[in-house]
Write a protein of this length. Structure first.
Length: 209
């Protein structure tokens, strides 16, 4: 069974409080999403494999470590997942980026896929799927199912806020996927929104409210 990590770091929790505030504007909201993603990425990449190398310092030769293999690919679920990409790239500039486009039917709450593009060497990389909101879990489940067809080395999911219903559904559908979120909220309302949540992350990131 994959692990679930709800990050309780004070910096993340502080930024999450501002993110939730309905008076936080799009520019600050985008910055906060990016910063929280970067801080979460620090935890999500803790188990990356290392290889020993030698580095010549100004004083002597030192034994050091480098990340082994092809490293990472990040796959944002469009469109809200795009808001998390820059923060991770600030930490890991070499990470390649795939994209999965999905939208949710507002009546059935079911996800529909319209785009999927992965890096050519995806099978040699560890993948982190990005979506700020894990609500019903439908989009994350479908996105991960599509990515598994490309046979990457591993898959993790990184969100900002999760609902218990979405977390349970994702664990049940993909028990091999580790999950990282900054907050676990109370429940979903009748419209499939996380309560208390932060509203529609895509609308707040791109100012389309």
């Amino acid at each position: 069974m994959g692990t679930v990590t709800i990050t309780n770091h004070p910096l993340i929790q502080h930024k999450l409080s501002i993110l939730r505030d309905k008076n936080t504007g799009s520019k600050e909201f985008r910055t906060l999403i990016s910063e929280i993603a970067m801080l979460e990425c620090y935890e999500a990449t803790r188990d990356l494999p290392l290889k020993e190398i030698e580095v010549e310092t100004p004083v002597a030769v030192a034994k050091a470590h480098d990340i082994a293999g092809k490293k990472l690919a990040i796959v944002p679920i469009l469109r809200a997942g795009l808001g998390m990409v820059d923060g991770i790239h600030a930490l890991i500039p070499s990470a390649k980026v795939g994209h999965i486009g999905m939208y949710r039917d507002h009546e059935t709450l079911q996800p529909h896929s319209y785009y999927c593009k992965m890096p050519q060497d995806i099978e040699e990389r560890d993948v982190i799927v990005l979506d700020p909101m894990l609500a019903t879990g439908g989009s994350a489940i479908d996105a991960i199912s599509q990515i598994k067809e490309f046979k990457p080395k591993s898959i993790k999911f990184m969100g900002i806020i999760a609902a218990p219903e979405g977390l349970e559904a994702l664990q049940k559908a993909h028990p091999d996927v580790d999950i990282y979120c900054a907050g676990l909220d109370d429940h979903l309302n009748e419209n499939g929104y996380i309560v208390p949540g932060l509203g529609d992350a895509g609308d707040r990131i791109f100012g389309t409210i």
